[in-house]
Design a protein around this ligand. Structure first.
Ligand SMILES: CC(C)(COP(=O)(O)OP(=O)(O)OC[C@H]1O[C@@H](n2cnc3c(N)ncnc32)[C@H](O)[C@@H]1OP(=O)(O)O)[C@@H](O)C(=O)NCCC(=O)NCCS
Length: 176
């Protein structure tokens, strides 16, 4: 169960999702420069902290109409990000030390109702490399279903990535 601390904070049993701040740069750069974490991301691992500084600044400055994105904190340390950089597409990344503990499921399980509550969208979407088994399993667990596939949608370095497109429709309102 998640508590909405404020419009800009989501609290779960183990995590706090909050808006990004410029002081998050070292932790965010550690993740975005990690080749393991970035294997199926839409860009190469950041080679330079300036790339991460720009990435973080864009996240901080993004308009609330088109973006609803959070850093993920565990025990006071930033371990990732989760949210919609561009509504309605969801994106997330955690530092590999924190994988396999149900944390992404916990974060997204709280985030998704929050996104539906705040934005008048019919569905949340995702675009995943078909080789990204962890991401596909996570989304399936959360109720996302495949809506399509396309080849060579994104060139990352020398490599072309394919896409599996998925969507989670807005739940029907409960009948009382
Ligand atoms: C995708 C990612 C966020 C998953 O984080 P996580 O905290 O390890 O995921 P969870 O522990 O919550 O697991 C969610 C489900 O996925 C499954 N899963 C996790 N890692 C898996 C793997 N490598 N292969 C297959 N299934 C996996 C879990 O078993 C769980 O399913 P279950 O509930 O049936 O047991 C993490 O791997 C990550 O940050 N990857 C790099 C960034 C990335 O690829 N982001 C997505 C871009 S589309």
């Amino acid at each position: 169960m998640a508590l909405l601390g404020s419009q800009d904070e989501i609290i779960t049993p183990r995590l706090r999702l909050r808006r990004a701040r410029s002081e998050d740069l070292p932790a965010i750069h550690a993740i975005l420069s990690d080749p393991v974490a970035m294997r199926f991301w839409s860009s190469l691992p950041h080679a330079d902290i300036e790339q991460s500084r720009k990435w973080l600044a864009a996240m901080i400055e993004a308009s609330a109409d088109e973006s609803d994105d959070y850093v993920v904190e565990r025990a006071g340390a930033v371990i990732g990000k989760a949210g919609c950089w561009r509504i309605p597409e969801i994106g997330y990344i955690l530092a590999p030390d924190h994988w396999g503990k149900g944390l992404a499921r916990e974060a997204l399980g709280a985030l998704i109702p929050h996104i539906f509550a705040r934005h008048p969208i019919a569905a949340i979407t995702a675009d995943v490399d078909p080789r990204n088994a962890a991401s596909l399993k996570l989304l399936a667990r959360l109720g996302f279903t495949e809506t399509g596939r396309a080849a060579r949608t994104c060139q990352v370095g020398d490599e072309w990535q394919d896409s599996v497109y998925l969507a989670l429709e807005r739940p029907a309102p409960a009948l009382i």
